[in-house]
Design a protein around this ligand. Structure first.
Ligand code: CA
Ligand code: CA
Length: 270
């Protein structure tokens, strides 16, 4: 009996050791990086993706943050993104990061195109405070890159927003989000024909779900985004539906949709 008991303990210890070595790998796989060729971009249906999309301008990020009652953990710069990375209903913050050379020298200022940077990811705790978690997201986040721009979109349409980062030499890297999905709603905005005008317009979109209201500011028309409309994403946590979805167009029209089931794409026409 004693020998049997000892072998059980040895087996348990071995199992614990295996789990210990497996755990860091699972954490590292929360995000996976992939270099995107033109063929791959076409396969994903995002050929010609404009990373200089006006939706990423710092002023717009501040507006989105303000509309949702948030203070960002860092000054937004081009290439920063404010999005709900884990679909819990709280907006999280991504930055291309500060160059290592700036950090070491303690000098602020805009990074140059040749500077290598490590991405920053800040998770919102639901009370408006942000926690830096990039170091726990694996090599996709901690590998220094000469990044100059980014876009945030659901590349594989699984409901989790992914990132595409533009590098200084012109190549693109996808950061695939595998954080585990909760409820979401993807909203495609379709302004009335001719309503977009020559310049970019900002449109407010509100979603009430699970006893709370979320706000997004979408940019449509003008610049590289002209004619493409816009898409906004809401993380819904455990909510099974959006009770009220409202789009406030620039024409002062308001489109309202009620009781939209979660986990789908919905088109709203002006
Ligand atoms: Ca979140
Ligand atoms: Ca995705």
């Amino acid at each position: 009996m004693k020998a049997k008991g000892r072998s059980s303990w040895i087996a348990l210890a071995l199992l614990g050791g295996i789990c210990f070595f497996l755990l860091p790998r699972q954490v590292a796989d929360l995000w996976v990086a992939e270099v995107l060729t033109e063929a791959r971009l076409a396969e994903l249906g995002v050929a010609g993706l404009a990373l200089e999309d006006p939706a990423m301008e710092p002023g717009l990020l501040r507006e989105v943050a303000g509309a949702n009652g948030l203070s960002l953990p860092a000054e937004p710069e081009v290439g920063s993104q404010l999005f709900d990375v884990d679909c819990d209903g709280d907006l999280d913050f991504f930055t291309l990061g500060e160059p290592a050379s700036h950090r070491e020298a303690g000098r602020p200022g805009s990074p140059g195109r040749g500077d290598e940077r490590s991405f920053g990811l800040y998770l919102n705790d639901g009370a408006g405070r942000f926690r830096e978690v990039a170091g726990r997201m694996g090599a996709a986040f901690t590998t220094p890159r000469k990044a100059v721009g980014s876009a945030c979109l659901d590349l594989d349409r699984d409901g989790l927003l992914d990132l595409v980062v533009l590098l200084a030499e012109g190549s693109r890297v996808a950061l695939w989000n595998h954080l585990g999905r909760r409820g979401y709603l993807s909203v495609v905005l379709e302004p009335a024909p001719g309503a977009e005008g020559p310049s970019m317009r900002k449109i407010r979109v509100e979603a009430a779900a699970g006893g709370r209201k979320q706000v997004r500011i979408a940019a449509v028309g003008g610049g590289p985004a002209a004619g493409k409309g816009a898409r906004v994403h809401f993380g819904l946590g455990d909510a099974k539906e959006v009770e009220r979805l409202a789009v406030f167009w620039k024409s002062d029209r308001v489109s309202e949709v009620r009781d939209v089931a979660a986990n789908r794409e919905v088109h709203v026409r002006e």
